[in-house]
Design a protein around this ligand. Structure first.
Ligand code: MRU
Length: 340
């Protein structure tokens, strides 16, 4: 399954606000088109928004005269980074594609940016397969019944996925028994997107409401929890979809291992701890309304924090394409990222 298609003059995104019932491809031809697709969550998931942003800058470079590209793109790049503040992959990918601009011979700016964006996308696929292989062996030793949150699959990456990639690899290896999918209020990434991907692949699953997770653990349904990440601080504190922190507390209470799966590009060694991670707060109407229709009394106020931070002491291990980081994360993450 692929939700991102690219060519030098356009980026096509499978509109994730319309899934699972409608398959609508959105065509982006400018950086502004891509910025809005990221902001409105038509494309979402940390690695996917990073790759999309890289292509967005490459599209802009193609629209501009080569000399204008060098003077104008830094401003566009800075603006692109503001589309969503929490996922560090967005900032990483923008910086990476802008480094290609610096290195490009005069006249080759647009090609250099596009080639770097393609490299970012292709690297993401390889990275996810490796996370899948490594994580499947690690998780399977606890058992085959796994709870996951949000969507970390092909839709959230360029292909295959991170936490969901591990579930895919376990399914391929015959060690996956069952996936419990948190529906993930309010955007319903679990119920709409993860369920869609698991169903496409014939993987066994049940959707549960977010508030069922604790009792499911109590009932002995869950062998391990596995989630993705939007930013991992140097001490291992991990920002991910709102609700992740609650799951980690519940897993700790029930003695269930709690894993994070992410590419090393999600590890931000310049951020000392979770207290320093910017948390996106989205519109309250995403909580009070569903598909444009109110589900709360008119005028009711709401808070919509899109992410939370799980403190490192609640995390059993972090699975990356370079290996598995275990506590103390201050040491293991630096070791994993050392040669980045
Ligand atoms: O708001 P979203 O849907 O972009 O949030 C996505 C998540 O929190 C994912 O778990 C994370 O980005 C990792 S995706 C491989």
């Amino acid at each position: 399954m692929r939700a991102i298609r690219y060519q030098p003059d356009r980026l096509e995104l499978l509109d994730q606000t319309r899934l699972p019932h409608e398959t609508v491809w959105l065509t982006c031809r400018t950086a502004e088109d891509v910025y809005h697709a990221i902001r409105s969550m038509q494309v979402r998931g940390a690695p996917a928004i990073g790759a999309a942003a890289a292509f967005g800058l490459a599209l802009e470079a193609r629209r501009l005269e080569p000399t204008d590209a060098r003077s104008r793109l830094p401003e566009v790049a800075a603006w692109m980074k503001t589309a969503r503040p929490t996922a560090v992959n967005l900032m990483q990918a923008v910086d990476e594609v802008m480094a290609a601009l610096e290195e490009a011979p005069p006249g080759w700016e647009a090609d250099a940016l596009y080639q770097r964006a393609v490299a970012i996308a292709e690297r993401d696929i390889e990275t996810n397969r490796r996370i899948g292989e490594i994580g499947a062996q690690w998780i399977a030793k606890h058992g085959g019944r796994v709870l996951t949150h949000c969507n970390t699959g092909s839709l959230a990456t360029v292909e295959y996925g991170t936490a969901l990639g591990i579930l895919r690899a376990m399914h391929e290896a015959g060690t996956l028994e069952h996936v419990y999918v948190d529906e993930t209020r309010p955007y319903l990434q679990g119920a709409r997107l993860t369920a869609y991907e698991l169903q496409e692949e014939g993987m066994p699953f049940d959707i549960i409401t977010d508030s069922t997770a604790g009792f499911a653990m109590k009932l002995g349904w869950i062998d391990a929890v596995i989630v993705g990440a939007d930013r991992i601080a140097r001490n291992g504190d991990t920002a991910n979809k709102i609700g992740t922190y609650s799951l980690a507390v519940l897993a700790s209470h029930h003695g269930i291992p709690f894993y994070v799966a992410a590419p090393t590009t999600t590890i931000d060694l310049s951020t000392p701890s979770g207290d320093d991670i910017p948390i996106e707060e989205r519109s309250a109407t995403e909580v009070t309304h569903w598909m444009g229709r109110p589900i709360a009394p008119e005028g009711a106020s709401a808070r919509h924090l899109a992410f939370d931070v799980t403190p490192h002491h609640l995390i059993t291990a972090i699975v990356t394409e370079r290996g598995v980081a275990v506590p103390p994360f201050e040491v293991s993450l630096i070791r994993l990222c050392g040669t980045r």
